[in-house]
Design a protein around this ligand. Structure first.
Ligand SMILES: NC(=O)c1ccc[n+]([C@@H]2O[C@H](COP(=O)([O-])OP(=O)(O)OC[C@H]3O[C@@H](n4cnc5c(N)ncnc54)[C@H](OP(=O)(O)O)[C@@H]3O)[C@@H](O)[C@H]2O)c1
Length: 257
């Protein structure tokens, strides 16, 4: 499988739709309109029939082109926000970018690495894991006041632990805490529960969705899981661009408010 990506929509200006996009062109396509304004973006992969996993993991759905965009989206962000379920199941390590990406960030006035922010209610996270022990920047852990005190004390040694709500996570408080630290480009890599909370709060501004050319059959979860029983109003989206990599589609949608 190649990581070559071409453009389907909007049509290329002054070039051919068949021209493979360079990293610089992809960065331009995914760059925020203004780094000063808060942007809450998520990146997910789904099978054509709507599964967020293959054999329990998202990695089985992606490919080299999807990984290329995944890495470039990290490169553009101030903070990478991930739910504890995804950190545990996908085996996350430290949030350290490749040397080329870190150098690009330095040239563009950013810190070499984005901050890693985790969301957990139970704080069932290992402070000795690479996520914390090898972190190039001190991670953040967003939790609730009712979280277990012992786990909180252990994590506080290796991360800033921040309460956002008494028993359930208050999304606006979390986002304000991030922007208060100068982290306005907020990039969520999952998982479905955290995305559900962002959608419920109508806090998601942009969704980058890879559609993997495969059918999973129905055992896997969707990319978003509602944390509430009540039906939400539909959140309308606008298609910003659609890219093609083999038979894989890479789309970017913005919330149409
Ligand atoms: N297709 C994709 O692009 C994609 C992306 C990411 C993940 N995934 C897949 O999704 C699956 C994991 O799903 P998931 O829903 O468990 O992922 P998740 O949202 O990353 O994790 C859920 C856990 O994160 C914490 N959390 C998330 N939202 C919270 C909130 N609003 N309030 C308090 N805590 C919150 C809780 O941690 P505690 O349990 O510690 O309290 C919760 O149990 C895995 O199979 C993974 O491979 C797919």
């Amino acid at each position: 499988m190649s990581d070559e990506i071409t453009r389907l929509f909007p049509a290329a200006v002054g070039g051919s739709a068949q021209d493979a996009l360079t990293d610089a062109e992809l960065l331009a396509l995914y760059s925020p309109p203004s780094r000063q304004e808060r942007l809450v973006r998520a990146n997910f992969v789904s099978s054509v029939d709507g599964s967020a996993t293959a054999s329990g993991l998202s990695g089985g759905l992606g490919g080299p082109a999807d990984k290329r965009v995944f890495d470039l989206l990290r490169q553009l962000s101030d903070v990478v926000l991930v739910g504890a379920g995804t950190v545990r199941s996908e085996g996350y390590g430290a949030m350290r970018l490749a040397p080329d990406a870190a150098a690009w960030r330095s040239r563009n006035g950013l810190t070499e690495h984005p901050v890693f922010a985790l969301v957990s209610g139970r704080l069932d996270l290992d402070p000795a894991s690479d996520v914390f022990a090898k972190a190039p920047v001190r991670p953040l852990v967003f939790t609730v006041s009712s979280a277990p005190a012992a786990a909180r004390a252990s994590l506080a040694a290796v991360a800033d632990v921040i309460d956002c709500g008494a028993t359930s996570l208050d999304v606006p408080t979390m986002l304000d805490a991030l922007t208060g630290r100068g982290l306005s480009q907020i990039h969520c890599e999952g998982g479905p529960s955290l995305l559900g909370a962002l959608i419920a709060a109508d806090a998601l501004d942009c969704l980058c969705l890879t559609t993997a050319p495969a059918l999973e059959g129905g055992a896997g979860p969707r990319i978003t899981r509602a944390g509430v029983d009540t039906e939400l109003p539909l959140r309308a989206l606008r298609l910003d661009h659609l890219l093609l990599a083999g038979s894989m589609l890479l789309s970017k949608y913005s919330r149409a408010r």
